[in-house]
Design a protein around this ligand. Structure first.
Ligand SMILES: [Zn+2]
Length: 265
């Protein structure tokens, strides 16, 4: 086994608590969708037309539901096995919800950028999240299978104000933070319990897109907690701040590959 992986396993086993940050480099790349011939045809038909652009996230949802054990799920499975039995918490910037398909305790995950599990009014007029209207999803699927023309599709709307209904994720006009705040509260409470404890911090593919959610605060946690140790695994920006000293290791690698290839036997 790779020495680095052996070291990481030992640190995890030795730790009382385990804090995991998953970043944008772990996000699903939509390859299966982009390479799909029917999807390419749809892209041409929809074009730049604002009117139909709403169906794209529905097609993303479709492809997510069709995906089987690809490398992302395998990576999550490896991670789930690593943390099994430990007191852990995971913060993830990914918006693909794939982490929820693996064997983690869902109470120990927060995904502050949202995903595909709920929908919201584009301008969050009421602070309410709703379930995806199945009839809209099914209509898009029918269009994908060429059983319905594009003109038959109708964008779902907010029941309160009539504006667009969109998936509850960053990028909508006014993001409804209601979707993750309860979990975030649990996370901050959990963090308070890490003070002076042997904490292992594992950062997987967290870059500079939203450094204030994971990267900066994690460094700060390790800086203040002398018993903490940190792993930063990233294909490019894997350096650690000087103030961390020898209480951290940076590994220049793609985090998905690191987990799937590194831990095989
Ligand atoms: Zn509304």
């Amino acid at each position: 086994m790779d020495e680095r992986i052996k070291g990481l396993k030992e640190k995890i086993e030795d730790a009382q608590l385990l804090l995991i940050g998953i970043g944008e480099d772990f996000q699903y790349d939509w390859g299966a969708l982009l390479q799909d011939a029917r999807y390419q045809e749809i892209e041409r038909e929809v074009g730049e037309d604002e009117k139909h652009i709403w169906i794209v996230p529905f097609l993303q949802k479709m492809i997510l539901q069709q995906m089987q054990k690809d490398k992302w799920i395998r990576a999550y499975d490896v991670l789930a096995e690593l943390v099994n039995g430990k007191n852990y918490f995971i913060v993830s910037l990914c918006m693909d919800d794939r982490i929820y398909e693996s064997h983690f305790d869902q109470q120990r995950i927060v995904t502050p950028c949202g995903g595909f599990r709920k929908m919201q009014c584009d301008r969050n007029c009421s602070g309410k999240l709703t379930d995806m209207p199945l009839e809209s999803y099914e209509a898009v699927l029918k269009y994908y299978r060429k059983e319905l023309p594009l003109s038959a599709l109708q964008e779902p709307t907010c029941e309160v104000c009539g504006d667009k209904l969109r998936f509850n994720q960053l990028g909508v006009s006014k993001y409804a933070e209601e979707g993750y705040l309860k979990q975030w509260e649990d996370y901050t409470k959990w963090l308070q319990g890490t003070v002076n404890k042997k904490l292992c911090v594992l950062e997987l593919g967290v870059g500079m897109e939203y450094p204030k959610i994971i990267r900066f605060p994690f460094e700060k946690i390790v800086f203040y907690n002398q018993k903490a140790f940190m792993y930063r695994i990233h294909p490019v920006v894997c350096q650690l701040g000087e103030e961390i000293g020898d209480r951290g290791v940076g590994i220049r690698e793609n985090p998905v590959d690191f987990l799937t290839k590194g831990f095989v036997k």
